[in-house]
Design a protein around this ligand. Structure first.
Ligand SMILES: Nc1nc2c(ncn2[C@@H]2O[C@H](COP(=O)(O)OP(=O)(O)OP(=O)(O)O)[C@@H](O)[C@H]2O)c(=O)[nH]1
Ligand SMILES: [Mg+2]
Length: 390
C-alpha cells in the first residue's frame, strides 16, 4: 500500500463531503492509503495549479512529512495543471477520472471488460496528448513508425486513433455475438431482471443471496465489473427468470467510461425489470438514487420498469422493523421493497414481488428498447424463425 494525499476543493456544491468521502474509498479500492486530506474553499479553480500556490506549498510539506507517493485530486485537472502540480509537489498527481479508470483496469477480468477499459483509457489519453508529447519526444521513440512529414504528436494521435478504431471493431463484433444470445433468450420468453445501483449498495450480496451463487462481494467500490447472470426459479406460475448482477454506478462517472461501457451497460440493463438496489444505511442514499437514474437515463434505460430495493436495513435501526415490507404507488404497482441481503430478511417478499410483476404487469419487451441502429448492426440470419411477439 502506498500513501496518498487527497485534495478536495469546496466550490459550494452540496455533495462536497460525500464526494470527498467517496474519493477516500476510491483511493483505498485502488490500493492506496489516504494519509493526508487537504481541503479548501475557492470560487473557481486556479488556472495554473487548480489550487493556489500557498495551498500547494502546504500540500508539498504535508506530503513530505507523510511519505506521500501519490496526490489524488477530487476534480478534473487539465494536462497543464497536472504537470505544474507534479513539478511543484515532486510527486505523481492524478485526478478522479484516472483513479476510476485505474480501478476499472485492475478489476477487469473478461475479454470484453478489458477491451472496454483500454478503450476508455485511450480516449482519456487522447484528450491529454499535449502532455504525453513532451516526454515522448525526448525519448525519440517511434522510429520507423512515423509517416512522412509527421511530428511526434501527430504520430501519437494517429497510433492512438488506430488502436481506438481496432478496439471499437472488436467490441462491435463481441456485441453482435451477444445480440444473438439475447435474441435466443427472448425467443424462449425468459423474463430478465437486472440488479442495478450505486457502487457498494449490495448488488452482488443480494445476487448471491437470491441465486446461491458466489459472485465477488466486498466493501470496495467497483468490486463487480463483469456481468454475471444466473437462472432463478420462481415457482410454477412464473418459472425461470434470468437475474444479472452488474457494475455499480458512481457520481461523475468519467464519460469515457460511460461511453466505453455503454454497450455493456445497455446490454445488462436490457431487462424486463430493473431492481434498483439502494444502500439504505447511507446518509446520501437519495442523492445516489438520483445519480443512478441519471446514468440509466444516459444509456436509455430509464423507461424500463424499476423497483427500488432498500437494502442493508439491518444497519438502520429505524428500518429494521420494515423488513419484507412492500410499498406500492398510487396505481397499486410495487415501488419499493425493504430487505437485508446479509441477514436474508425480506428476500421472500422480493421474490414474491418479482413473481407478481412477471405475471400481472405487461412487460415492455427488451427488443423494443433497442435503438434501430443497433438492430441494423446485427447480421441478417435468413434461416431464423420469426420471433415471438414481434
Ligand atoms: N449491513 C449490511 N451490509 C451489506 C448488506 N448487503 C451488502 N452489504 C455489504 O456492503 C458491501 C458491498 O456489497 P457488494 O455486494 O459487494 O456491493 P455491490 O453493490 O455489488 O458493489 P460494487 O460491485 O462494488 O458496485 C459489502 O461489504 C457487503 O458485505 C446488508 O444487507 N447489510
Ligand atoms: Mg458487486
Amino acid at each position: 500500500m502506498i500513501n496518498a494525499a487527497l485534495v478536495g476543493i469546496d466550490f459550494g456544491k452540496t455533495d462536497f463531503e460525500a464526494s470527498l468521502e467517496e474519493l477516500s474509498l476510491l483511493a483505498k479500492s485502488a490500493g492506496a492509503t489516504p494519509a493526508v486530506t487537504l481541503t479548501g474553499r475557492r470560487s473557481s479553480p486556479d488556472a495554473a495549479m487548480f489550487i493556489g500556490s500557498g495551498k500547494a506549498e502546504e500540500l508539498r510539506l504535508a506530503c513530505e512529512a507523510n511519505d506521500v507517493e501519490i496526490v489524488i485530486f477530487n476534480h478534473a485537472l487539465s494536462p497543464a495543471q497536472q504537470r505544474n502540480l507534479e513539478r511543484a509537489l515532486n510527486c505523481r498527481v492524478v485526478d478522479r477520472t484516472s483513479l476510476i479508470l485505474d480501478i476499472f483496469a485492475q478489476r477487469a477480468r473478461s475479454h470484453e471488460g478489458k477491451l472496454q477499459v483500454e478503450l476508455a483509457q485511450l480516449q482519456y489519453l487522447a484528450t491529454r496528448l499535449v502532455r504525453a508529447w513532451t516526454h515522448l519526444e525526448r525519448q525519440k521513440g517511434g522510429i520507423g513508425l512515423r509517416g512522412p512529414g509527421e511530428t511526434q504528436l501527430e504520430t501519437d494521435r494517429r497510433l492512438i486513433g488506430e488502436r481506438i478504431k481496432m478496439l471499437q471493431g472488436k467490441l462491435a463484433k463481441l456485441r453482435r455475438q451477444h445480440g444473438t444470445q439475447r435474441r435466443q433468450r427472448e425467443r424462449t420468453r425468459t423474463m430478465s431482471v437486472s440488479l442495478v445501483g450505486y457502487t457498494n449498495a449490495g448488488k452482488s450480496t443480494l445476487f448471491n443471496a437470491l441465486t446461491k451463487a458466489q459472485a465477488y462481494a466486498a466493501d470496495q467500490l467497483f468490486a463487480t465489473l463483469d456481468t454475471t447472470s444466473r437462472r432463478l426459479w420462481l415457482g410454477d406460475d412464473v418459472g425461470q427468470i434470468v437475474l444479472s448482477d452488474t457494475v455499480g454506478f458512481i457520481r461523475e462517472l468519467p464519460h469515457q467510461l460511460v461511453a466505453a461501457f455503454r454497450a455493456t451497460l445497455q446490454e445488462t440493463v436490457q431487462a424486463d425489470l430493473l431492481l434498483h438496489v439502494v444502500d439504505a444505511s447511507s446518509s446520501v442514499r437519495l442523492d445516489q438514487i438520483d445519480q443512478v437514474n441519471e446514468v440509466l437515463h444516459e444509456i436509455g434505460a430509464d423507461t424500463i420498469r424499476q423497483v427500488l430495493v432498500f437494502n442493508k436495513i439491518d444497519a438502520v435501526p429505524e428500518l429494521a422493523a420494515r423488513g419484507g415490507t412492500v410499498e406500492r404507488d398510487e396505481y397499486g404497482n410495487i415501488s419499493r421493497v425493504f430487505l437485508s441481503a446479509r441477514t436474508g430478511v425480506g428476500l421472500d417478499a422480493l421474490r414474491a414481488a418479482i413473481a407478481e410483476i412477471a405475471t400481472a404487469e405487461p412487460l415492455v419487451q427488451a427488443s423494443q428498447l433497442l435503438p434501430a441502429a443497433d438492430w441494423n448492426a446485427v447480421p441478417h440470419e435468413p434461416s431464423r424463425e420469426p420471433e415471438l411477439g414481434r
